[in-house]
Ligand binder design. Structure first.
Ligand code: GLC
Length: 539
């Protein structure tokens, strides 16, 4: 029997390096993270996703792995990892780890052996004697990355790298590489993880080789799921796959491939809706959502550790989002995105921020939060590329480095945001725990409501027309229950008229900021950025 915990999990994403330093060297570590589980538990998350923490030259925040079977000594030891995983489980928190096997670091011994022509590893990467004509096409980091094929001086051939040139693509078409991927998964499953956030899945499935014909990339996902379920029945694959909705069936299969896929298109529509103060972009998207297998799930998110990728919006729409949330060139990245945190984009307005979290939590899928957003942290645009949104967690207003580390500020892995309205003296976890109307407490209450509304994880929402373009009203039913969520996305009050088809005979507030449905008029008045959740049926 499947264990479908991920249909209603709430995931909190952490970068060990920037969460909590326990030994004063300026670098976050597993002991530090373990000491901060209280915060994650208090927020109401049920699962932690760790960004890569493996040994790495760290030229892409750990996404350039040099050893898949270890912990980078800067963060601790394998023993510290197991202590952390145990402590998380004690609190009922599951752990997902990043599986970055589209590519490895060029410093990985496999690549070093491959470039040296070692027969065992010759074919582990994607090599060509001459540079393909389209080498300059399809770079992922335009403006920073020039090509996808780089000449290796030792082997005197070109190797393929979809991402930075220090990240050589593994040749997944090679059965030995696929066997090794299973070994890596088996290793971390044995250490107690509940699955993997799988990096760059569409790129991993690109088949650039002809040597191993017969390999069927999308079917490979079924093999991975089978392997996982044999080793640990509850384990999942949470895929980074920025795909159009039409391709979802290839990735979900009949429920036998990926369990969860990040809904990147929805993320872009949310920001368009926030920019316009109109529900339309999200409502239209929800209406067109394809059916997915019952055992599959979307992952919904506001922000993550990368830029907001707006590449799937039309040019004019992207310009609208840029104008609203990232008008300065320095805020934009890779011709498609914004390297900003949520809170500064929404002007630090806690009502609007809470509304944004509420929308995300009301949409179908498994919500995933990026650490620090729950307290409204800001970004540091003086840092390069995506590092702007990866500054250390702000714990206390009264300690140096915001309580992240006892090291001298210059020795911290990245500077803590100290100045301006988002500096740690104003924005920190300790203060927000104590103030009952803080963003942290609001997000916590929202998560509590979401966990009490399993319909949202299981059901498919219906958009309810309430007569005001600023209002997103969603009704989601599952089995005997039904939930209604109503959000005013605009900076002005709104009046929602609830249609006759909606049965209000047993309506109860599930999460309320005080607005009440007027039963006779069937109307609901919402403040600017106001929202309300109701239970229409069920317990
Ligand atoms: C994914 C990660 C990103 C990384 C890239 C290459 O997109 O989210 O941070 O740079 O893969 O591994």
């Amino acid at each position: 029997m499947f264990n479908l915990w991920y249909k209603n999990a709430v995931v909190y994403c952490v970068d060990v390096e920037t969460f909590q330093d326990s030994d004063g060297d300026g670098i976050g570590d597993f002991k530090g993270l373990t000491s901060r589980l209280d915060h994650i538990e208090a927020l109401g998350a049920t699962c932690i996703w760790l960004l890569p923490f493996y040994p790495s030259p760290n030229r892409d925040n750990g996404y350039d792995v040099a050893d898949y079977y270890n912990v980078d000594p800067r963060y601790g030891t394998l023993g510290d990892f197991v202590e952390f995983a145990h402590a998380a489980h004690e609190r009922g928190l599951r752990v997902l780890v990043d599986l970055v096997v589209n590519h490895s670091s060029i410093e990985h011994p496999w690549f070093q052996a491959s470039r040296a022509g070692d027969p065992k590893y010759r074919d582990w990467y994607v090599w060509r004697k001459t540079k393909p004509e389209d080498a300059e096409k399809g770079v992922i980091f335009p403006g920073v990355q020039k090509t996808t094929w780089t000449r290796d001086t030792k082997r005197k051939e070109y190797y393929f790298h979809r991402f930075y040139e220090h990240q050589a693509d593994l040749n997944i078409a090679n059965p030995q590489v696929r066997e090794e991927i299973e070994r890596i998964m088996g290793f971390w499953l044995a250490l107690g993880v509940s699955g993997f956030r799988m990096d760059a899945v569409p790129f991993m499935l690109e088949d650039l080789s002809s040597a191993h014909s017969g390999w069927e990339p999308h079917r490979y996902l079924s093999q991975l799921q089978t392997f996982l379920s044999w080793r640990r029945s509850e384990a999942i694959l949470l895929a980074e796959a920025n795909i159009p909705m039409e391709e979802a069936p290839d990735y979900f299969g009949t429920g036998d491939r990926l369990h969860v896929i990040f809904n990147f298109p929805l993320n872009q529509k949310m920001f368009l809706a926030f920019a316009r103060g109109e529900a339309g972009p999200v409502a239209d998207f929800v209406k067109a959502l394809p059916d997915i297998p019952q055992t599959a799930q979307w992952a919904t998110f506001l922000r993550n550790h990368d830029e907001i990728d707006l590449g799937r919006l039309e040019d004019g729409e992207r310009e609208e989002v840029f104008a609203a949330f990232g008008p300065e060139e320095d805020m934009q990245l890779y011709d498609r995105g914004l390297r900003r945190r949520l809170a500064p984009m929404l002007g630090g307005d806690e009502r609007r921020l809470a509304m944004a979290f509420s929308v995300m939590l009301a949409l179908p899928g498994m919500p995933v939060l990026w650490y620090g957003d729950e307290i409204g942290m800001g970004e540091d645009l003086s840092l390069s590329e995506r590092h702007a949104v990866r500054t250390p967690m702000q714990w206390r207003g009264t300690l140096p480095n915001g309580g992240f580390s006892d090291a001298a500020p210059k020795d911290c892995v990245r500077p803590v945001v100290a100045d301006g309205p988002f500096g740690y003296r104003h924005i920190n976890a300790e203060r927000q725990m104590l103030e009952i109307d803080s963003l942290f407490c609001r997000v916590r209450n929202l998560i509590r409501a979401r966990r009490g509304a399993a319909e949202i994880g299981w059901g498919k929402p219906e958009v309810v027309d309430v007569g005001d373009p600023a209002v997103l009203a969603l009704r989601t039913g599952w089995q005997d229950g039904e939930v209604l969520t109503v959000h005013n996305m605009a900076d002005r009050p709104a009046l929602a008229r609830l249609p006759d088809g909606l049965d209000l005979s047993d309506v109860r507030p599930l999460l309320s900021s005080g607005a009440r449905i007027d039963g006779e008029e069937r109307t609901l008045r919402l403040d600017a950025y106001g929202f309300e959740w109701f239970r229409l049926k069920g317990k």
